[in-house]
Write a protein that binds this ligand. Sequence first.
Ligand code: AMP
Ligand code: ZN
Length: 112
Amino acid sequence: MSTNCIFCKIVNGIIPSKKIYEDEDVIAFNDINPSAKVHFLIVPKTHIDSLASCNMQHQDLLGKLLLLAPRLAGEQGLAGFKTLINTGVDGGQEVFHIHLHVLGGGNKLPKT
Ligand code: AMP
Ligand code: ZN
């Protein structure tokens, strides 16, 4: 756990979240400031700063994050969805604990 990391605090139950999924490796919870009708984040339990910090050791974990997206999106009632990983300050990343955004529902989302 990284002491000042908000998502590590969520993983450890120090900060509450609207959890929709959890297993030994990952947790998924609703985004506190949703950009779509359904907007949740899939987050590894282990602290990794960003996609730019990943290497081949993380390939199974990254695969798991991606493969969970359609499953959880389906469970949330989404027929289609958008995924997003913001990376680095210039990539719009605000929380430096890697996470996959999953968005959908309501109006068609913008292309990018
Ligand atoms: P990013 O810009 O990709 O780092 O996205 C960070 C996301 O985390 C934003 O969409 C925030 O709304 C969301 N967020 C920040 N704090 C919380 C929290 N306590 N619970 C749920 N989502 C959060
Ligand atoms: Zn963290």
